[in-house]
Design a protein around this ligand. Structure first.
Ligand code: NAP
Length: 305
C-alpha cells in the first residue's frame, strides 16, 4: 500500500536535480495534493512544466509558498537566505519549511531568523545526487535506498511528518545535530569532492601528458574523479564557503596522511603501503555491504538516467 497524501500542497523553491526528483516522485506516488514550483529563470520554470515536475509553476517564490503546508528550499546553499527573506511574509500559519542543502549549520543560520512564529523549520539533506544539474537531470528513483539526514532543533509532529515524506520518496531517515552532520559530510563528501577537483586540475596542468592521452588512457580512478569533478560549480563553491571549518579540519588530516604515504613511497616502505591499502579496502567493502553503493564500474547509476 502507498503512503497516500502526506502534504496537501508542497512548494518547491528551485527546480533543479533535487527538487525535480522530489516532484516527479511525489506526483508519481500521489504523496502531495498539489506540487507547486518556482525557479529563478523562466527557462527553468517552462522546462519544469514540460517535464511534469510539478502541477503548477509560479513566477516568484512569494507566490509559490501561498497556502503550502510544506515549503522545501532546493536552491544552492548561498541562495537560501535571500529566498527565506522573500518567502517569510507569505508563509501559511502552521507551515513547515525544510531545505535540501548539503550544509546544515550555515543554512539554519541563514534561514531560521527570517521565519515567523508558528512556522517550523526542519532542515534536511538527502544523501543522493549525480554530477548532473538542472530540471532535466531529475528522476523519480533518485532517493531510493539513500539516506536523508534531518537536523531539527527539536522532535515533534512536523519532524515525524517530514520523515514520512522522505521514507515515501525512497530514503531511510536519520536525525543528527547540524554540526555533526557538517563534520560527517566533510569526511564523506566535501573533502573527496575537493580532492577530485584538484586531481583533475593537476592532470589539466600537466602539459607533458597531452589532453588526448588523458582522455584516451583514463583508467577507472581518474575517470571517477572526472565524474565527481563535473559537479555543479555553484553548488560546490557554496558548500566549501559554508562548511569551511569542518572541511579545513578534514583537509588538514588528509594532508598529514598524504605526507605519510608520500614518505612511505620515497623510503620504499611497502609494509606501510600494504597495511594502509588493506584497511581502506575493508572500508569500501563495508560501504557495499551496507547497500550504499554497488560494485558495478558505473556505481549502478548508468541505467537510471
Ligand atoms: P540545481 O540542479 O543546480 O538547481 C538549482 C535550482 O536553484 C535551479 O532551479 C535554479 O534556478 C535555482 N537557483 C540557483 N541559484 C539561485 C539563486 N541565487 N536564487 C534563487 N534560485 C536559484 O541544484 P541541485 O543539485 O538540485 O541542488 C539544490 C540544493 O540541493 C543545493 O543546496 C545542494 O547543496 C543540495 N544538494 C545537491 C545534491 C547534488 O548532488 N546535486 C545532493 C544533495 C543536496 P534556475 O535554473 O532558474 O537558475
Amino acid at each position: 500500500m502507498g503512503a497516500g497524501v502526506i502534504y496537501d500542497r508542497v512548494a518547491l523553491i528551485g527546480l533543479g536535480l533535487i527538487a525535480g526528483s522530489m516532484g516527479l516522485r511525489m506526483k508519481r506516488d500521489g504523496l502531495a495534493g498539489e506540487v507547486v514550483g518556482t525557479a529563478r529563470t523562466a527557462k527553468t520554470r517552462d522546462l519544469a512544466v514540460g517535464l511534469g515536475l510539478c502541477d503548477r509553476v509560479c513566477a516568484t517564490a512569494a507566490d509559490a509558498v501561498q497556502g503550502a503546508d510544506l515549503v522545501v528550499l532546493c536552491v544552492p546553499v548561498g541562495a537560501m537566505e535571500a529566498v527565506a527573506r522573500e518567502i517569510a511574509p507569505h508563509l501559511a500559519p502552521g507551515a513547515t519549511v525544510s531545505d535540501v542543502g548539503s550544509v546544515k549549520r550555515a543554512v539554519i543560520g541563514a534561514v531560521r531568523p527570517h521565519l515567523p512564529e508558528g512556522v517550523q523549520f526542519v532542515p534536511a539533506h538527502p544523501l543522493a545526487g549525480t554530477e548532473h544539474s538542472g530540471p532535466e537531470a531529475g528522476f523519480a528513483e533518485l532517493f531510493d535506498n539513500r539516506w536523508c539526514l534531518l537536523t531539527p532543533e527539536m522532535d515533534g509532529p512536523e519532524v515525524a511528518r517530514l520523515t514520512r515524506l522522505w521514507e515515501a520518496l525512497g530514503s531511510s531517515v536519520e536525525t543528527m545535530a547540524p554540526d555533526h552532520h557538517d563534520l560527517v559530510l566533510a569526511v564523506t563528501s566535501h573533502a573527496p569532492h575537493l580532492i577530485a577537483y584538484t586531481m583533475v586540475g593537476v592532470a589539466d596542468d600537466l602539459r607533458r601528458v597531452t589532453d588526448s592521452e588523458v582522455i584516451k588512457y583514463s583508467a577507472a580512478g581518474f575517470r571517477d574523479f572526472t565524474r565527481i569533478a563535473a559537479s555543479d560549480p555553484v553548488m560546490w563553491r557554496d558548500v566549501f564557503l559554508t562548511n569551511k571549518d569542518a572541511t579545513l579540519e578534514i583537509l588538514g588530516r588528509f594532508t598529514e596522511e598524504l605526507f605519510a604515504l608520500q614518505r612511505a613511497i620515497r623510503t620504499g616502505d611497502g609494509d606501510l603501503l600494504h597495511e594502509y591499502f588493506t584497511r581502506t579496502r575493508a572500508i569500501r567493502r563495508g560501504i557495499i555491504e551496507a547497500g550504499q553503493d554497488t560494485d558495478a564500474p558505473d556505481f549502478g547509476r548508468g541505467p537510471k538516467r
